[in-house]
Design a protein around this ligand. Structure first.
Ligand code: HIF
Length: 295
């Protein structure tokens, strides 16, 4: 709008309230999904925020959420990012309304809003990411391959600077959403409530009997009882690897512990690759849910 362009022209410095307005628009837009999956863009937005951040390489300081490089080829075409154009397009509407926000801040704030609005924990977040260029695109192959085992998971997440406990805490986000055959080749949701953030991912891992699905697609597991849920090989590994299993069991038994640890790990994920001095605040903010603002 003219008012917003004028703000940019006069060096508009957004406050926490301005970011809260963006958050509130995100909450509206992810819910406006009548004809899409389970009626929510929340899960695919959580995946966008993660894939935008999970390219980080601690050793070289490259990748991560700072430059929002998934806007560019070839990163937008990397196999792991198949389907994420849906999330980028949904959020583009908001970028048009709030032109002052960087794409990296918009995508990560959207991840936070999606988690919180789907009844998940508060995730501390702060702005400061800047838009980069094609030259910042990280190489392909930095995101995890779902057909692999524990050594691969560790390679990928240790490279970002996470430990076993943080890896397992993050993995609970697969309570949300589903796999699409035309994106990853895998098929189906992990839980019965894919638009509500719960610790059901861990509970189901331990409570159900998981068997290899007989089909033409990639190797995945299905629950023996209903055959309507799925686990990726990388998900199932959390019950097989001794160190991973310890944490997965703890999160199955204690939803509060899971929420607390997920919040910390996801917040850390979303800040990967952003130089500390770029952040506008020394401590991350807690954005309010729509419900909290209305009560
Ligand atoms: Fe996912 N993930 N993820 N993931 N992911 C998929 C979908 C989602 C991995 C593979 C896949 C995380 C870790 C890993 C979400 C969030 C997170 C799909 C299906 C695959 C194959 C894509 C499709 O077909 O649409 C692997 C191998 C991971 C490392 C173990 C994170 C922890 C769980 C970091 C994370 O936050 C979400 C949400 C989805 C659902 C997207 C949707 O469109 O519904």
């Amino acid at each position: 709008s003219a008012a917003q362009s004028a703000k940019v022209a006069t060096n508009f410095v957004p406050t926490k309230e301005d970011y809260q307005k963006v958050y509130n628009r995100i909450a509206e837009v992810i819910d406006d999904a009548d004809d899409y999956d389970n009626g929510s863009f929340g899960p695919v937005v959580v995946r966008l925020a993660w894939h935008a951040s999970g390219t980080y390489d601690k050793a070289t300081g490259t990748g991560g959420s700072n430059y929002a490089t998934m806007r560019f080829q070839p990163e937008s075409l990397h196999g792991a990012n198949a389907g994420l154009h849906v999330a980028r397009e949904v959020l583009e509407k908001i970028k048009q309304e709030f032109s002052w926000i960087s794409y990296g801040d918009l995508w990560t704030l959207a991840g936070v809003a999606a988690v919180q609005e789907m009844a998940g924990p508060k995730v501390p977040w702060r702005p400061g990411r800047i838009d980069g260029f094609e030259s910042h695109v990280p190489p392909d192959g930095r995101l995890p391959d779902a057909s692999q085992g524990a050594p691969h998971i560790r390679d990928i997440f240790y490279r970002m600077g996470f430990d076993d406990q943080e890896i397992v805490a993050l993995c609970g986000a697969h309570a949300l959403g589903r796999c699409h055959t035309d994106r990853s080749g895998y098929d189906g949701p992990w839980t019965f409530s894919p638009t509500t953030f719960t610790n059901d991912f861990y509970k189901l891992l331990f409570d159900e009997k998981w068997v290899w699905k007989k089909w033409n697609g990639p190797k995945q597991l299905e629950d023996k009882k209903t055959k309507s849920l799925m686990m990726l090989p990388t998900d199932y590994v959390l019950t097989q690897d001794k160190s991973f299993k310890k944490y997965a069991k703890a999160y199955a038994d204690d939803v509060d512990l899971f929420f607390k640890d997920f919040s910390a790990a996801y917040s850390k994920l979303l800040e990967l690759g952003v130089p500390t001095q770029q952040f506008v605040a020394s401590e991350a903010w807690i954005m309010q849910t729509v419900d909290e603002q209305n009560s």
